[in-house]
Design a protein around this ligand. Structure first.
Ligand code: BG6
Ligand code: MG
Length: 211
């Protein structure tokens, strides 16, 4: 595969914060009488916080919720999630990830993050990953979440690369779709491998070095 830059999704690729999203949403869903499963959680990968709530509410059977109530649920979900994030440390990044970032950089490959999360800066800081990247595009910089390509196009712009020179690493179907819509190469890891939509499937981040 011919690429000059790698754009990494964050949650579920560089760090396993996807389990914290799941636990936080499960608590909120439970309050609403909704049975929230790990399968439901897979639909929220890559999707913005507000859109995630709408997907969860597809199973809701109570009184209609107004915008103020939804805003309150979103804030509380984020507070629960950030309590988990607050416990994170550099040891939450695997050696596999750190070594691969280092080797790619040594090979002259530009590195960026492309995440829908508004907590990206906080997570990178807690895990001591901020300086590993040439640029970070995140949920605070975009108006349309994945599967829209906006966040990946923003990342490519920040590192001054053409989309066709970029490879996106994703654990979300929505993210793979966004990479394809951006005209970028794509490699699926974790949950996104099941749908076989990406150009390549990898078992671990180190497999990027063999693409
Ligand atoms: C993505 C996650 O990275 O970020 C989604 O895969 C999440 O599950 C989205 O909803 C938004 O995250 P945050 O941190 O802004 O609530
Ligand atoms: Mg992800």
């Amino acid at each position: 595969m011919d690429f000059k830059a790698v754009i990494f999704d964050l949650d579920g690729v560089l760090v396993f914060t996807d389990k914290y999203h799941y636990l936080a949403w499960k608590e909120i869903a439970g309050e609403l009488g909704i049975d929230f499963t790990e399968k439901d959680n897979d639909r929220l990968r890559g999707v913005s916080r507000a859109e995630s709530l709408e997907i969860i509410l597809e199973k809701y059977e109570g009184e209609p919720l107004d915008d103020a109530k939804k805003a309150d649920l979103l804030e509380r979900k984020n507070n629960i999630y950030r309590e988990y994030l607050g416990e994170m440390s550099p040891s939450d990044v695997t050696g596999d990830v750190r070594d691969t970032l280092k080797k790619l950089k040594e090979n002259g490959i530009k590195l960026a993050v492309g995440s829908s999360s508004k907590n990206t800066a906080f997570i990178l800081e807690k895990t001591d990953l901020t300086d590993a990247f040439d640029a970070v595009a995140d949920g605070t910089m975009i108006v349309r979440s994945k599967p829209d390509p906006e966040v990946f196009l923003k990342a490519a712009e920040l590192i001054d690369m053409s989309p066709s020179d970029c490879l996106v690493i994703e654990d979300a179907d929505a993210g793979v779709e966004a990479a394809i819509a951006a005209g970028m190469h794509s490699a699926a890891i974790g949950a996104a491998r099941n749908s076989h939509k990406a150009e390549a499937e990898i078992e671990s981040v180190a497999d990027i070095l063999n693409l």
